[in-house]
Design a protein around this ligand. Structure first.
Ligand code: ADP
Ligand code: ADP
Length: 227
């Protein structure tokens, strides 16, 4: 059974009936714990597609469902990582990644701190847990953003060009570190990228979108041995 499903999904930001659509005719099935990279020309609707999975945006046509239930508003089982990680500058790295737990439940416990330490270690950040965000490079801050999203243990992780501001070497290293995390904690992931090599390295399937208004052109199985 599909985990995320889209049936005839389309969206127009301008509600006028003759306005141009941002995406149209999207039929899609993503399985549980599948890592899907989303590629396509700029402006074809990749971010629009992700917003509709998160429930932050509702489609103007068709239906999105998660686990068989229609998405009717923002979901709290979705983690989101953006291009810039927006860490809180007055909290150290460990407190930054624990912040959403504190915000959501009012507090966090020893087990959460231990889990934070484990994930930070897997992301290559063990030596930086006590550092402040401005002491970290852009690539490290981005890893912190990913650990922060994972600590809430979301069913779905959405990433919108998380590495586009980083240089090629840093991207590649983060990619390998992420693979270790996915092996240990599989997630249903939708990952927008401009890098075909990154898509092929990280994903189980690559979703190719056509130019605006974007639709699904192809969903390609990637069957490469993991490094
Ligand atoms: P991509 O992520 O592939 O670059 P987007 O989903 O951001 O594409 O955008 C798809 C189309 O919808 C673009 O033409 C964009 O200008 C338009 N669009 C995106 N967000 C908005 C918005 N908030 N209001 C109006 N138009 C938007
Ligand atoms: P894991 O920790 O292995 O990712 P979960 O504990 O999240 O698994 O889920 C266990 C089972 O609960 C899943 O195999 C699925 O059948 C069901 N489940 C998980 N998430 C949802 C959901 N959002 N809605 C309905 N059922 C779910």
């Amino acid at each position: 059974r599909a985990f995320v499903r889209m049936d005839g999904v389309g969206h127009r930001y301008d509600p006028a009936p003759d306005s141009q659509m941002a995406v149209r005719n999207i039929d899609l099935e993503i399985h549980r714990h599948e890592f899907v990279a989303v590629v396509g020309p700029s402006g074809c609707g990749k971010s629009t597609l992700l917003r509709m999975v998160s429930g932050l945006l509702l489609p103007s046509e068709g239906q999105v469902s998660v686990f068989g239930k229609p998405v009717s508003g923002p979901r709290d089982d979705v983690g989101i990582v953006f291009q810039k990680p927006t860490l809180l500058p007055w909290l150290n790295v460990r407190k930054n990644v624990l912040f959403p737990l504190k915000h959501k439940f009012g507090r966090y416990g020893r087990a959460d701190e231990q889990r934070a330490n484990e994930l930070l270690a897997m992301a290559g950040l063990d030596a930086f847990a006590e550092k402040m965000p401005d002491e970290l490079s852009g690539g490290m801050q981005q890893r912190v953003g990913i650990v922060r999203a994972l600590l809430l243990n979301p069913d779905i992780l959405l990433m919108d060009e998380p590495f586009s501001a980083l240089d090629a070497m840093t991207r590649e290293q983060i990619g390998f570190d992420l693979l270790k995390i996915w092996d240990e904690q599989p997630k249903t992931v939708l990952f927008i990228t401009h890098s075909i090599s990154e898509a092929v390295l990280l994903s189980d399937r690559v979703l190719v979108m056509s130019k605006r208004p974007g639709s699904v052109l192809d969903l390609i199985d990637i069957d490469l041995p993991r490094p």
